[in-house]
Design a protein around this ligand. Structure first.
Ligand SMILES: Nc1ncnc2c1ncn2[C@@H]1O[C@H](COP(=O)(O)OP(=O)(O)OP(=O)(O)O)[C@@H](O)[C@H]1O
Length: 208
């Protein structure tokens, strides 16, 4: 279970939100909602431990995430809103690098299967710099197929630049993860056809 208690976020000298609390249990999909600049990405960065909270605490399985980072990161998949690809590398090389950096040992064939499954069969050998925005997004999303063992998926704008079919496929993948006992926390400004009913967290309710 993910627990967030009395969280406050400071950016520069501006308090974005405070008093934010929630729990996310196995099987739940949480959509973090709110207008541009309200603090959705900032919240995800606090939840993943990439940024430090001004106040409050984030706990994973009852333990503050800062106390046992390794255990938390073994259970976490975080995909930021930028595609974060090396333009000189192919999708396959990028995916293998991302897996290795996260500590996942995934062989080339398995990575290739994930890329084909995400719709990049014809782009396997191209340098990332020539990919379209949607194709770049898909390279990152291919990690979802290699991360079913990571229970908590935190995804910042995962639907951006995807076509209608890809949005539906991604919604299915995320719903399947929840149905298998995983948890998803995401931001998005668009509707997606989830098979599980998302909970919605409106950060505006905690804005300062
Ligand atoms: N140094 C700073 N001083 C003051 N405000 C800052 C500073 N750095 C960031 N901010 C503000 O913090 C907020 C960060 O927003 P964040 O990226 O978390 O929003 P978001 O809800 O994800 O937005 P979007 O929907 O546009 O992606 C923005 O309003 C930004 O202007």
């Amino acid at each position: 279970m993910l627990e967030i208690e009395d969280l406050a976020c400071l950016k520069g000298d501006r308090l974005l939100f405070r008093g934010l609390a929630l729990t996310l249990a196995a099987g739940e999909l949480l959509r973090v909602a709110g207008p541009n600049g309200v603090g959705k990405t900032s919240l995800l960065r606090l939840v993943t431990g990439l940024a430090l909270a001004e106040a409050g605490e984030v706990r994973w399985q009852g333990v503050a995430i800062g106390r046992d980072r390794d255990a938390f990161h073994r259970d976490l998949l975080y995909l930021g809103h930028a595609s974060a690809l090396n333009d000189l590398l192919t999708p396959l090389e990028n995916l293998r690098f991302a897996c290795a950096a996260a500590g996942d040992e995934v062989d080339e064939g398995t990575c290739m299967e994930a890329l084909v499954r995400i719709g990049l069969a014809d782009q396997l050998d191209l340098p990332a710099r020539v990919l379209s925005q949607g194709q770049r997004r898909r390279v990152g999303l291919a990690r979802l197929f290699l991360s079913s063992g990571r229970r908590l998926w935190v995804l910042d704008e995962p639907f951006t630049a995807l076509d209608v079919r890809a949005v539906a496929d991604l919604a299915t993948t995320l719903s399947d993860h929840c149905r298998a006992g995983g948890m998803v926390m995401l931001t998005t400004h668009q509707d997606a056809p989830f098979a599980v009913e998302p909970r919605v967290l409106d950060i505006g309710a905690y804005a300062c």
